[in-house]
Design a protein around this ligand. Sequence first.
Ligand SMILES: Cc1cc2nc3c(=O)[nH]c(=O)nc-3n(C[C@H](O)[C@H](O)[C@H](O)COP(=O)(O)OP(=O)(O)OC[C@H]3O[C@@H](n4cnc5c(N)ncnc54)[C@H](O)[C@@H]3O)c2cc1C
Length: 378
Amino acid sequence: MELTDEQAAIRDAVREFAVEEIRPTEPAADRAQTFPESVWDGLAELDLTGLTTPVEYGGFDADRLTYSVVNEAVAYGGLSVATALSVHCLATSCIAQFGSDEQKDRWLPEMAATGRPVGAFALSEPHAGSNPAEMSTVARRDGDEYVLDGQKQWITNGERSGVVIVFARTDPDDPGSITQFLVPKETEGLSVGEKESKLGLRASDTTPLTFDGVRIPAENRLTEEGRGLAAALSILTGGRIGIASQAVGLAQAALDEAIEYAGEREQFDRPIGEFQTIRHKIADMQTNVQASRLLTRDAAAREDRGEDPTMAASMAKYFASEAAVDVCNEAVQIHGGYGYVTEFDVERFYRDAKITTIYEGTSEIQKKVIARELLGEP
Ligand SMILES: Cc1cc2nc3c(=O)[nH]c(=O)nc-3n(C[C@H](O)[C@H](O)[C@H](O)COP(=O)(O)OP(=O)(O)OC[C@H]3O[C@@H](n4cnc5c(N)ncnc54)[C@H](O)[C@@H]3O)c2cc1C
C-alpha cells in the first residue's frame, strides 16, 4: 500500500490542481448547477481524462492504486468533478476492455487526450437500480443493426457526454440476455431528459436518457449477447474503489477545514479547538479518514496484485462513504452556524457526501456483497 515516489508525485500534482483550480470553481458551479468545463480541460492537460486508457491509445494506464490516489486528490477539490471524471473513466475502461480494435482507435485517443467526447455509463433505470438485472431497455437485432428502446435514469454526464455505454436486454423476457453497447450521443432517437435538481453534487449533471428506436450498427455491441451484466459488475468493482477514494478525499477536505476553523474561532476567550469535545471530534474524524484510506488502498493494492478485490472494494466503499457522511457532519458542527451557510465549504461537503453511500451500489448492497463473500448466497 506504500506509494511509490511516482505515485506520491502524481498525488501532489493533482492535489495542487484540485486546490488551485477545482475548489475555487465549486461554489458557483454548485449554485448554478453547471459543470466547470475549464476544469475539465485542465484535467485533460494533466492526462487525467486518459487515466485508465491503455498507453497505446494515448492514455495513462494507471494501476488501481494510482487511480485511487488520483480520485482522492481530485475529490479533495470537488466531488462533482471527481464523479464526472470517474464516470468518464468507466466509459473508456469499457471501450478499452470490451471494444474492437476499430472502436478503440475511433474513440479512445480523443477521449484520453482531450476528455472529449465525454463518456457516460447507463446501467440504472427508473425501476432497476440496486438490481440492474430487472432492466427493461431492449436492443432488438434487425439485420446489421440493433434497435434500442427504453429509458435510463440518473446518468452522470448525461447532458455533457458524447458517447454512452448502454446496457440492454436482447431478449425482453430474459434477464440473462443483458448486453453492452456503445451509442454515440448524436444518434437519432436518443434524447436527454431534464437535469435532476439534487441535494448535493449539483455541478455534476445527472439526467434521464430515453432511447426511442435508436439504431446502431451491430459492431457497436461491446460484449457477446448476455455478457453485459457480468462486464458491468466487473467494471463497477474497480469503480467502487474509485468512489471510496473520492469519499476519502472529500472527508479529508472537511477535516482540514474543521481543524483550521477550530484554531481560529474563539468562544469563552479561547479557540474552540481547546475544548475537549471539539478535540475528540477532530480525533474521531482523523481516525475515520485514515481507516477509510487504508481500507481503500488495501482494496486497490489487492486488485493490482491480481487478487479478487470484490469484498475489499465493497468494504472500502461502505466504510469510506459512511465515514465521509459522519466526518462532513462533524465538520459542519464544528463550524456552528457558519457551517450551515454557503459561505463555508463544509456546507457543500455535507450535502455532497451523502451520494457516496448511494451510487455505484448503496451501503446496503455493499453489505450484501461482503456477507455473500463470507456466507455464500442465502
Ligand atoms: C447523483 C447520482 C448519479 C448517478 N450516476 C449514475 C450513472 O452514471 N450511471 C448509472 O447507471 N447509475 C447512476 N446512478 C444510479 C445509482 O447507482 C442508483 O441510484 C443506486 O444503485 C440505487 O438504486 P435506486 O436509486 O434505484 O435505489 P433502490 O435500488 O430502489 O434502493 C432503495 C433502497 O432499498 C435498498 N435495497 C435495495 N435492494 C436491497 C437489498 N437486496 N437488500 C437490502 N437493501 C436493499 C437500497 O440500499 C436503498 O436503501 C446515479 C444516482 C445518483 C443519485
